[in-house]
Design a protein around this ligand. Structure first.
Ligand code: ADP
Ligand code: G6P
Length: 458
């Protein structure tokens, strides 16, 4: 039997999490930010997990999207999601900034859950449908789905970095993952380096020939691998921050902070890849040595709770909270704390107001597929004010050359960049911001999806 959707998104998570009877909240992370507007503008459906264990829900419509829940048991959440996806693949693909866990039990759960997603997609897809599979949690789905439904056009996009052979070789299931991805017609990466790492590994590990970005399989099929840097809904943020209530809220935020000369801002999932500790260290040292005067600057760090039962994330939370406490304890005064740390998730309006209130946006990942926060900040600054401090190790650095680029491991360099961003002239800032905005307004998320889908369907 064939299903009814001619366009299908398959992702680990649905764009909303269930938080109570009939109540939904937007799920965290860049994947959802990018893909939700793409589906809202097209006829189609989204297959994914509703965010809590043992939820068996019927398909439903939400915010202009048709959503098809795939259940995960408590043990699958532990072994497939927290385990293989986020304790094995996530650290391995992000330069092993934390040590990956290799365990056969986790791998077995990953395969089982990938099979479930493939079966759900096979049931929902109409004849010759386009199915677009997302991210590292589902790398086996392309081949499993092709086996079930050879009529489909299958695309895969990896939102995180794809590592070089030197790291990927560690993975005991390295061949299986490559073979899984090769079930797609088109495999998309954030950066050209990810695509070439993949092509090289297919040659070295599977002995496959390639011509430019086309990989030739033994059965005659051809799989293309290419870079498609993901982006944000520029228009949504650009118009949001022009609304009077957001402008008002931005002013209010500055006054709540005590109207400092400079507001620095970090917005991230609380993840060890984001370099939050490095940026706090740099800020703390600038205060301690007097480069920033007391009361001159406030650092606001918003950190969304993320993967809270994974050990490395618990450790990170403790270490960031200790660091914030130290800086405020040593450098603060009664009623004035230099770092405002919030372990919370915020709505779009509040985020937009924060972006508008911030003089310096500090984005310092140790490794990041793209980093949409950097692009959201730019989308909000139609006033051509504001400076972006951006890590060289974020995919976004390829496009955003006019940012204050930094190596986040180099704390002195980070301090210099933060100070330079704080002290830059309005003329310099507007020149940089104009060029950054030109890039993001042209290459927005719509353009990204169009480019990928046009290539997939060609
Ligand atoms: P990642 O996908 O690794 O989380 P990105 O920077 O690419 O990193 O995307 C993060 C997304 O999550 C952005 O759209 C950002 O606005 C959103 N986000 C991050 N922190 C928060 C927060 N505290 N509250 C609400 N949304 C957040
Ligand atoms: C990153 C990943 C996404 C993931 C998101 C949130 O953006 O690339 O696949 O959905 O983080 O992480 P979570 O584990 O909460 O889904």
């Amino acid at each position: 039997m064939r299903g009814r959707s001619s366009f299908l998104i398959v992702a680990n998570r649905l764009p909303v999490d269930r938080v109570g009877e009939g109540t939904w909240r937007r799920s965290p992370g860049g994947l959802v930010t990018a893909i939700a507007p793409v589906l809202q503008r097209r006829e189609g459906a989204w297959i994914g997990w509703p965010g809590s264990p043992d939820e068996r829900l019927d398909p439903f419509d939400h915010d202009g999207m048709h959503l098809i829940p795939v259940p995960l048991s408590a043990s699958e959440v532990e072994l497939y999601y927290e385990g293989f996806s986020n304790a094995t693949l996530w650290p391995l693909y992000h330069d092993v900034v934390a040590p990956p866990v290799y365990s056969r039990v986790l791998w077995d759960a990953y395969r089982t859950v990938n099979e479930r997603f493939a079966r759900a997609a096979a049931e929902e897809a109409a004849e010759n449908a386009v199915v677009w599979i997302q991210d590292y949690q589902l790398q086996l789905v392309p081949a499993m789905l092709r086996e079930l439904r050879p009529d489909l056009r299958i695309g895969f996009f990896l939102h995180i970095p794809f590592p070089p052979g030197e790291l990927f070789y560690q993975l005991p299931w390295r061949r299986e993952l490559l073979e899984g991805l090769l079930g797609a017609d088109l495999v998309g990466f954030q950066r050209p380096g990810g695509a070439s790492n993949f092509i090289r590994l297919c040659r070295r590990l599977l002995g496959l020939q390639h011509q430019k970005n086309e990989i030739h399989l033994e059965d005659g099929r051809v799989v293309r691998a290419a870079a498609f840097p993901i982006s944000v809904d520029f228009g949504e943020f650009d118009s949001l921050v022009r609304q009077p209530h957001i402008v008002e809220r931005a002013k209010e935020i500055r006054s709540e902070l005590g109207d400092p000369e400079c507001v620095l801002l970090g917005v991230d999932r609380l993840d060890y890849t984001k370099g939050i500790g490095q940026r706090l260290k740099a800020f703390g040292e600038l205060l301690r040595e007097g480069s920033i005067k007391p009361g001159e600057a406030a650092f606001v760090q918003i950190a969304t709770p993320s993967r809270e039962r994974v050990e490395e994330y618990m450790r990170l939370r403790d270490s960031i909270e200790l660091q914030v406490g130290r800086i405020n304890g040593e450098q603060g005064e009664l009623g004035m704390q230099p770092v405002q740390y919030m372990h919370q998730s915020y709505g779009r309006d509040e985020l937009a107001a924060l972006y508008l209130a911030a003089d310096v946006m500090v984005v310092t990942p140790l490794r990041d597929g793209m980093n949409l926060v950097a692009k959201e900040y730019i989308s909000c600054r139609h006033d051509l004010r504001g400076a972006l401090v951006l890590s060289e190790f974020a995919g976004a650095a390829d496009e955003l050359r006019q940012a204050f680029l930094v190596n986040p491991y180099d704390i002195d360099g980070l301090k210099r960049a933060m100070l330079a961003a704080m002290r830059a002239t309005p003329h310099d800032l507007s020149r940089r911001m104009r060029s950054l905005r030109r890039r993001i307004s042209t290459y927005d998320v719509d353009r990204w999806a169009k480019d990928f889908l046009a290539d997939l369907e060609s």
